[in-house]
Design a protein around this ligand. Structure first.
Ligand SMILES: O=C(O)c1cc(=O)[nH]c(=O)n1[C@@H]1O[C@H](COP(=O)(O)O)[C@@H](O)[C@H]1O
Length: 279
């Protein structure tokens, strides 16, 4: 999906909601456990219930890998079921020396390899350019680079200022954002910025005015959709705001899909209000 197609989807649907498919088999509603593939049955119901309100879906690969071959099968079926109009994110947080990254990229981008054909993959930047560029070799596919993550441990490295060797006091996450823009343009590169990091969002928008930002951390992690939207929206939309647990596990009963739909709709309606303010 191209930059302008994603932007068009956002304005058509009046939504920049990404539904995170962090499907934990231990949290499934009990009535689904008799299904042949309970994880896929759950995801299918969630996608059916939320597709009117979401522009993107983000399966977190850990939840599938932890199930072994069954999990990969559920992932494949889930990806195939996501409507073509929605942007897909393999949240795998990969990145390694070049020849290894090349295989990670094939895993998620080349359907003749593992059978998966995602639009994008999350990548960790810390091994540098040659760990990221193999993903960028796939034209039409996106890298979503971790910049400033939502978790408490983000202060361990990402906020550290660089040493005097570089005569720079900028924090590491700023260096990541500046340097990575030399590797690819906003048509192929997004950044992850946690919704819990809104104090830095204005600065990040100055550094990356045109890049889409994937913003996880509203819902279960307590980030504010209002603040993220005020500081992060651009004329092209420019945001994908992810919510996983608050949608998936809104109910653990037979009404789980209806409650997920309610939560997705609630977020979409709030987003529609913010989108009208930038038009
Ligand atoms: O890359 C991510 O998606 C990500 C980055 C980050 O900084 N924080 C973060 O929570 N995530 C992911 O976003 C999702 C958040 O899930 P909830 O907290 O349940 O909405 C999980 O899949 C996390 O792995």
């Amino acid at each position: 999906m191209t930059y302008s197609e994603l932007s068009d989807q956002i304005f058509q649907k009046q939504s920049y909601l990404c539904v995170g498919l962090d499907t934990d088999p231990r949290k499934l509603p009990p009535h689904l456990l008799t299904e042949k593939d309970p994880v896929f049955a759950f995801n299918k119901a969630i996608i059916d219930a939320t597709a009117d309100f979401a522009v993107a879906y983000k399966p977190n690969i850990a939840f599938y890998e932890a199930q072994g071959p069954r999990g990969w099968e559920s992932l494949q079926k889930t990806l195939d079921y996501i409507p073509a109009s929605c942007f897909t994110i393999a949240d795998a947080k990969r990145g390694d020396i070049g020849n290894t990254s090349d295989l990670y990229a094939r895993t998620f981008f080349d359907p003749t390899a593992a059978g998966l054909d995602f639009d994008s993959v999350t990548v960790a930047p810390y091994m540098g350019h040659d760990s990221v560029t193999p993903f960028l070799a796939y034209k039409g596919k996106w890298v979503i680079l971790l910049a400033l993550t939502s978790n408490a441990g983000s202060t361990d490295f990402q906020y550290q200022t660089l040493s005097s060797r570089t005569a720079s006091q900028k924090p590491l996450f700023e260096k990541v954002i500046e340097t990575a823009q030399g590797w690819a343009g906003p048509d192929q590169l997004m950044f992850v910025v946690g919704a819990t990091q809104t104090s830095e969002l204005e600065r990040i928008r100055q550094l990356a005015p045109d890049n889409f930002l994937l913003v996880p951390g509203v819902g279960a992690q307590g980030g504010s959709l209002a603040d993220v939207s005020r500081l992060g929206l651009t004329k092209a939309g420019g945001l994908l705001v992810n919510a996983s647990r608050s949608i998936l596990y809104a109910s653990n009963g037979p009404d789980f899909a209806d409650r997920a739909r309610d939560e997705a709709q609630r977020l979409q309606l709030e987003m529609a209000g913010y989108l009208t303010q930038i038009q």
